[in-house]
Design a protein around this ligand. Structure first.
Ligand SMILES: *[C@@H]1O[C@H](CO)[C@@H](O)[C@H](O)[C@H]1NC(C)=O
Ligand SMILES: *[C@@H]1O[C@H](CO)[C@@H](O)[C@H](O)[C@H]1NC(C)=O
Ligand SMILES: *[C@@H]1O[C@H](CO)[C@@H](O)[C@H](O)[C@H]1NC(C)=O
Ligand SMILES: *[C@@H]1O[C@H](CO)[C@@H](O)[C@H](O)[C@H]1NC(C)=O
Ligand SMILES: *[C@@H]1O[C@H](CO)[C@@H](O)[C@H](O)[C@H]1NC(C)=O
Ligand SMILES: *[C@@H]1O[C@H](CO)[C@@H](O)[C@H](O)[C@H]1NC(C)=O
Ligand SMILES: *[C@@H]1O[C@H](CO)[C@@H](O)[C@H](O)[C@H]1NC(C)=O
Length: 536
């Protein structure tokens, strides 16, 4: 199909300068408007998206524009300004954050379901573009899906940043930290600069980039769309945001779904990293076991071993070998490089554990590496840091939420190492968290929020808590403190591997979500769901 020209062609313009043409056009347009007003209900039938976008819902204070289309889905965009400090308007003056919004309308929706994808630091706008259709297929047409870039994140302004621009980030952000002990002298020295650069770059707004402020921002968003009750679905760190919201605004928490749970008690008043990784090894072994069970046709990697244990042994040995000797990949004079253990393990294997739908690809990459060929994985990963968001929203939020700075942390390197190594070394992926401990030690921005999680909070409606049995970063054990925090809340356990309920297909979960959102039905205590499809 040809593309529509973006500019009006000259003929149209010339015709418009002719007075009689203009008069007739005017009358015609008037008739169309009158006709459209009479037929309004027909015109706004679901499916006619371009027309429907111009409809403004009752009580809404903001207007929406069609977003720049992404992935072929129809969305509308808007934004709201939020005070810098919700809890002390005096401190804000006229300073604000601007929060961009995105919405996918539901064909027969009246309520907005607010979505947060996690991180912290992930963009709700990008998430809805990438996963909106999947969420829609789970919950149906009865809700608008509304998401946003939280303060400090992505397209929100000002952006949480420790660098004046992208070139400076590229230059100053390099530091080795993925080998806890060996890299620690460098990480320790680097972080001292990092902390100073963060507060210098962000200035006054730095200390208001935190989760309780973002929770309050969601009330500004609700006000903008004329909705009193919170309907919310938050994934991963989004479960922390959801718990924070429900703790701060229990009376407005009508339907709060938290999916892939973070322990809020540890997040705000301790360290959550150790608990976060209690099941990571299990997911890694689960991946290999499922591969072996699937057999050589569905998972060719399994052909190199005669038992699941042997497969684990061969894969781990090949990782050890790679640690000692990186592989070279050469395509041509402009495309070549090294595949290093650190990149493979933390930027390829760890993210793949989140999503079983990528396990086939992961297995095939590992298979090729074991056969000595790293080309495909090198090309697929681009040899990039998988965790780089292009801003420091994640760091600001984590460091400002929790216990940071000299009041809580010993200031020398060795004492910090002695504290953190036993917390992190139980997980094969623990070193990914090494850097944040040094950042906590050096952080000099004061905590400005007063939220502390409580047990036994009574919300307007019980919370729905979803967790897989083995989640690589938000383990099932973290669901229990969430249940203790919120009276009547229920845990639904999805018997499978992966990060959050959306990493697997389960019609059982879809039904529970549907009943909860539409009718408010709360599942039985200790409900379990099965996964619909196999992993390979
Ligand atoms: C905010 O207030 C300050 C001082 O009160 C003033 O100088 C500044 O122009 C104001 N900024 C905006 C965007 O209104
Ligand atoms: C929503 O609209 C679709 C058709 O547009 C209809 O099939 C469906 O039953 C409606 N759902 C509800 C809950 O009203
Ligand atoms: C925070 O943690 C400390 C140390 O574990 C504990 O003594 C204190 O009671 C906790 N505070 C709150 C508000 O939970
Ligand atoms: C080198 O290989 C890369 C990756 O396959 C390709 O995109 C690029 O066009 C190649 N460049 C040359 C000069 O052949
Ligand atoms: C490595 O794999 C790539 C992509 O599958 C292939 O094109 C290349 O020929 C292989 N190299 C060797 C040395 O087998
Ligand atoms: C983790 O560190 C502790 C203390 O240094 C040590 O006793 C333990 O054996 C280590 N565990 C692993 C799995 O390396
Ligand atoms: C879930 O189903 C979709 C569509 O059938 C499929 O593309 C996806 O890979 C499945 N996910 C998993 C984890 O099986």
């Amino acid at each position: 199909m040809d593309k529509q020209p973006l500019l009006p062609d000259n003929t149209t313009e010339r015709r418009f300068r002719n007075p009689s043409f203009r008069r007739w056009t005017f009358i015609l347009v008037l008739l169309i408007i009158i006709g459209a007003a009479t037929l309004r209900h027909n015109l706004f039938l679901p499916g006619n998206n371009s027309e429907r976008l111009s409809e403004r819902y009752e009580g809404e204070l903001i207007s929406w524009e069609p977003c720049v289309p992404s992935n072929g889905i129809t969305t509308e965009c808007s934004k709201v300004d939020v005070p810098m400090d919700h809890f002390n308007h005096g401190a804000s003056g006229n300073r604000t954050f601007t929060i961009p919004l995105i919405r996918m309308r539901g064909a027969n929706a009246t309520k907005n379901l607010i979505i947060n994808p996690g991180g912290p630091g992930m963009s709700g706008i990008e998430y809805l573009n990438d996963h909106g259709e999947q969420l829609r297929s789970i919950i149906g047409e009865g809700f608008h899906l509304l998401s946003f870039d939280p303060r400090g994140v992505n397209k929100a302004t000002p952006l949480a940043s420790c660098y004046p621009d992208a070139a400076a980030r590229e230059h100053f952000s390099r530091v080795r930290f993925r080998n806890l002990e060996i890299d620690s002298p460098e990480t320790y020295a680097w972080t001292q600069n990092f902390a100073k650069a963060c507060s210098d770059t962000m200035g006054e707004q730095a200390k208001y980039i935190n989760t309780p402020q973002t929770a309050a921002d969601m009330n500004t968003i609700l006000a903008a769309v004329g909705q009193e009750d919170m309907f919310y679905w938050g994934f991963s760190y989004g479960s922390l945001l959801g718990q924070t919201y429900a703790g701060m605004f229990p009376a407005r928490s009508k339907r709060v779904i938290i999916d892939g749970i973070v322990n809020q008690f540890k997040w705000y008043n301790g360290t959550f990293e150790m608990e976060s990784q209690v099941d990571t090894n299990r997911v890694f072994y689960g991946f290999l076991n499922e591969c072996f069970k699937a057999g050589p046709v569905k998972c060719p990697l399994s052909s190199i071993a005669t038992s699941a244990e042997q497969l684990q042994y061969i894969v781990l040995s090949s990782m050890k070998k790679l640690r000692e000797q990186p592989l070279s990949v050469y395509l041509n004079q402009t495309a070549y490089g090294l595949l290093k253990y650190e990149n493979l393990w933390y930027d390829v294997v760890l993210p793949a554990l989140y999503s079983p739908s990528t396990w086939f690809t992961l297995a095939s990459h590992l298979h090729q590496i074991i056969l000595g060929n790293a080309t495909d994985v090198f090309l697929a990963s681009g040899n990039k840091d998988a965790w780089d968001l292009g801003h420091e929203g994640s760091e600001f939020i984590r460091l400002n939420d929790g216990l940071s700075g000299p009041a809580y942390w010993p200031q020398d390197r060795q004492s910090l190492l002695d504290y953190m190594i036993p917390l992190l070394n139980g997980s094969m992926f623990g070193a990914i968290h090494g850097k944040i401990f040094f950042m906590r030690q050096q952080w000099n921005i004061p905590r400005t929020h007063h939220y502390m999680p409580q047990k036994g909070v009574k919300t307007a409606h019980p919370l729905l808590i979803l967790s897989t049995t083995y989640d690589p970063v938000c383990p099932l054990v973290s669901a229990h403190p969430a249940q203790e925090a919120f009276v009547g809340s229920r845990i639904v356990r999805i018997n499978g591997f992966g990060h959050c309920s959306t990493s697997v297909n389960s019609s059982c979960v879809a039904k529970i979500l549907h009943n909860f959102l539409y009718d408010g039905s709360v599942p039985e205590t200790s409900t379990e769901c099965e996964v619909d499809s196999s992993y390979f």
